[in-house]
Write a protein that binds this ligand. Structure first.
Ligand SMILES: [Zn+2]
Length: 482
């Protein structure tokens, strides 16, 4: 009896020591700045969950509307984990942005730039993510992970190359957050660890139509005229009228300028969608934490959204902060909660996950492990609009608090100091020539680096397709195709 008791005590002690060693191992990654440590023998490799919140502005995390936080649960999750407060997207619309998140390549390297331009009857022009660009799914699959996804944006379907590397890629076009969470929870019951799961929630994306019980949360309907209320309720028509005008497709707008109250009303609907997303995301995370605590979770947006700032609506057409800044939250076993204010890029996600898993980095990756990223590293973004006929070609670079947006079609430069001008209202390009020249030179180097990095990719002619009519209908409802 005594001997059996002794054996139990010894086994328990060994198990406890091993467990403590595992905890200490992951904790070290948090306290040492995240520099990869040698893998602890016998330590179970964490699962990875990547969650993209389509078109969620970075400022919604701390936003208040009618004295209420818009996303209280995600804000709390951010406080309890690692939050990057200065993260930017590689491109300001979905298809190139998600390609960059999944491949750690900039847009000019993976060359996913455009969707079909049906407005000008240019079909068969949908850029495909080349198989040559290894995705996070392929990378983790090679490392022994089961890979699965729930995708809701028609810009990221199998036909466009986004399902590469996934064992299961469930596409559910434009479904609401409750459906994504249900689907993800079902997948959780079936999948064995270690697994990689990619979830794409689309709720904050236009059209701004929260579920009925969330519609009135933030003061809708507002005290505006019936005519304005009708416009707000059917906002996609106003949206297209506005976009067509600023892109020069229409010399005059059909709709009148909305009152400030009506513009606020549009945003209360967006915030209602964000709150619904907040609740559904929390439902998924609570179950994940309970059933699979050994999981690294990355939550971010693919881009933000304009609400009349700089005269713009939607996304993909500018490189201003409303579109370029994204929320970014990282959690994982042993990671110490903190806010990190240094620049972070969405191309850094894959290298960061690889470093946390102690997997060897792919030398083609253009991002860097966020926990070893130098403070003086610039951040880059670019957009060419969503279709070739927009004739938009913008490049942006951030260095410290300085930001340059370069219009490649006109060579016009906008230079801002975000420390003193967070809303990008005072163009310093003429006043600060030395800073302008420095950032332009860094952008030129970045351009050259992209050219060098894409040498191995197939020619763009081999990477275009024509989507079927059902998918084009979904893109239409999202405001990508008129
Ligand atoms: Zn998007």
């Amino acid at each position: 009896m005594y001997r059996q008791l002794l054996i139990v005590i010894v086994i328990t002690a060994i198990a406890t020591m091993l467990a403590m060693g595992a905890v200490e191992h992951w904790r070290r990654m948090g306290t040492s700045g995240g520099a990869p440590q040698p893998s602890a023998p016998g330590l179970a490799r964490p699962n990875v969950v990547l969650i993209v919140l389509d078109a969620l502005r970075a400022d919604r995390l701390d936003a208040m509307r009618n004295s209420e936080p818009v996303m209280p649960k995600l804000a709390r999750y951010a406080r309890e984990n690692v939050r990057f407060t200065n993260a930017v997207t590689a491109c300001t619309w979905t298809r190139p942005s998600v390609a960059s998140i999944l491949t750690s390549l900039y847009m000019d390297t993976h060359q996913v730039c455009y969707g079909a331009d049906l407005r000008h009857q240019i079909k068969g022009n949908d850029d495909i993510l080349s198989k040559d660009c290894e995705t996070l799914a392929t990378f983790l699959k090679k490392a022994g992970y089961l890979t699965t996804a729930v995708q809701t944006n028609a810009n990221c379907v199998q036909a466009l190359g986004f399902a590469e590397g996934f064992d299961q890629y469930e596409f559910k076009g434009n479904v609401t957050a409750d459906v994504v969470t249900d689907c993800a929870l079902q997948q959780l019951t079936r999948i064995a660890a270690p697994f990689f799961m990619y979830l794409h929630y689309i709720d904050p994306h236009i059209p701004y139509e929260p579920p009925e019980s969330y519609r009135n949360l933030f003061g809708f309907p507002p005290a505006i005229s019936p005519e304005e209320l009708a416009i707000v309720t059917n906002f996609l028509d106003y949206f297209w009228d506005h976009i067509d005008h600023i892109l020069g497709y229409k010399p005059h707008r059909t709709f009148p300028e909305l009152s400030q109250e009506a513009k606020e009303a549009v945003q209360t609907l967006y915030d209602g969608e964000s709150r619904f997303l907040d609740d559904e995301l929390a439902r998924f995370l609570a179950t994940l934490q309970r059933k699979q605590p050994n999981t690294i979770v990355v939550i971010l947006a693919d881009h933000g959204e304009h609400f009349w700032e700089h005269g713009c609506l939607g996304h993909g057409l500018t490189e201003y902060r409303e579109e370029m800044d994204v929320p970014l939250i990282l959690s994982g076993p042993g990671l110490i909660p903190k806010n990190i204010g240094a620049l972070a890029e969405t191309v850094d996600i894959v290298p960061t996950i690889a470093a946390l898993l102690h997997l060897k980095a792919n030398p083609r990756w253009q991002g860097i492990d966020l926990f070893t990223r130098p403070n003086d590293q610039p951040a880059f973004s670019a957009t060419r609009g969503c279709w070739p006929s927009t004739r938009i070609e913008l490049e942006a670079i951030l260095l410290g608090s300085l930001k340059l947006i370069l219009d490649k079609t006109t060579d016009q430069a906008e230079l801002y100091d975000l420390a003193t001008d967070p809303h990008e209202k005072h163009n310093l390009a003429a006043a600060r020539g030395t800073d302008l020249d420095k950032l332009k030179a860094l952008l030129a180097q970045h351009r050259q680096a992209n050219i060098k990095a894409r040498l191995a990719t197939p020619s763009p002619a081999d990477t275009k397709t024509q989507l079927d009519p059902a998918l084009l209908d979904q893109l239409k409802s999202l405001g990508y195709v008129k």
